[in-house]
Design a protein around this ligand. Structure first.
Ligand SMILES: NC(=O)c1ccc[n+]([C@@H]2O[C@H](COP(=O)([O-])OP(=O)(O)OC[C@H]3O[C@@H](n4cnc5c(N)ncnc54)[C@H](OP(=O)(O)O)[C@@H]3O)[C@@H](O)[C@H]2O)c1
Length: 296
């Protein structure tokens, strides 16, 4: 019998790389990992012919325009990739009878809350990247109401560029670093998010009723500031750099950031029966992976 085929877009990104790592142990499934060149998700004709040629059963959209500050000036490209292209993929999935999983962000919220955002909390992005990602959510739901949309936050991994790898590099180069301590959220180890996504697909493969479309929140468990995260990275990595807490006002960026982006994960845990690893365990796991690739 033909194994279900899982198409993962944006193959060179952090999340797709984490999924590829886990895919090696998923013998009941076949995977395709096209990069931007092999499958430019914003090109309707190419997406359609890719779906016709490969007939995937699932599509996990890891392709995205993730340069939050650059999105403020490069608006058309950001909207094309994070908005329009999501509609192309969602519609292609619907036509092909494939299940669509799309990844969104905590930046759809304005950050003015002081309790964890649930999936039904009002959205109100404070930067253009957040607006494009919100557009992507809306297009996915409108083009294909069977879609699963997972909002995540502060993604890091051993792959690509992220806060953990930047901190490790700067902490080795400098004796002191300033990090903002008035933006609160929850980091997400890409491997944990990849496990969650693959658990949804595995459960659906076993029982079709396990697929429950809609919006879900996923990150590791905690409420910390970027400063707290930086201090933990330093301590777990055994580095000596002094980390100074600073307010956001002393670290201006082209794109405004929400001050609070903590998300409630109850729905993901209850509907899919998953346990979410604690942030410290996952950070240690990632640091181990990074040092295995780049020994000190
Ligand atoms: N990173 C975070 O902190 C964060 C936080 C919240 C939500 N998210 C969301 O989580 C998801 C995964 O993020 P990530 O950190 O894995 O992102 P990432 O590492 O930046 O990877 C995104 C990938 O998308 C590819 N891509 C860009 N435009 C494309 C196009 N037109 N066609 C095909 N591929 C294209 C990029 O290709 P190149 O490699 O060629 O550039 C890149 O490999 C995204 O939806 C993102 O918005 C991320």
């Amino acid at each position: 019998m033909k194994k279900p085929l899982i198409l993962v877009t944006g193959a060179n990104g952090q999340l797709a790389s984490a999924i590829r790592q886990l895919s090696a142990a998923m013998h009941d499934f076949e995977f395709l990992f096209p990069d931007r060149e092999a499958l430019p998700v914003h090109e309707p004709g190419l997406v359609q012919s890719y779906f016709t040629a490969n007939a995937p059963d699932y599509c996990i959209n890891c392709a995205a325009y993730t340069a939050v500050d650059k999105a403020e000036s490069d608006r058309d490209t950001a909207m094309l990739v994070n908005g329009t292209a999501v509609g192309i993929l969602a519609a292609s999935c619907k036509k092909a009878g494939a299940k669509f999983i799309h990844i969104s962000t905590d930046y759809v919220f304005n950050g003015q809350a002081n309790t964890a955002y649930t999936e039904t909390a009002a959205v109100d992005p404070v930067n253009y990247y957040g607006l494009t990602k919100l557009k992507g959510e809306q297009i996915a739901a409108n083009s294909n109401s069977d879609s699963i949309i997972i909002r995540t936050s502060w993604v890091y991994s051993a792959y690509g560029n992220n806060f953990v790898k930047t901190m490790l590099r700067l902490m080795k180069e400098r004796t002191e670093l300033n990090v903002v301590n008035d933006q609160f959220g929850s980091p997400t180890f890409a491997n944990d998010l990849a496990s969650f996504i693959l658990a949804i697909i595995t459960k659906t493969h076993q029982h079709a009723s396990a697929w429950v479309p809609g919006v879900y929140h996923f990150s590791n468990e905690c409420i910390i500031s970027w400063y707290d995260f930086a201090v933990a990275i330093r301590d777990f990595a055994g580095l000596n750099c002094k980390v100074n807490p600073i307010p956001t006002s002393q670290f201006p960026t082209p794109a405004k950031r929400p001050a609070w982006s903590v998300m409630d994960k109850t729905k993901a845990k209850e509907i899919f029966g998953v346990q979410i690893p604690g942030w410290k365990d996952s950070l240690v796991h990632c640091l181990d992976e990074i040092s295995a690739v780049h020994p000190a």
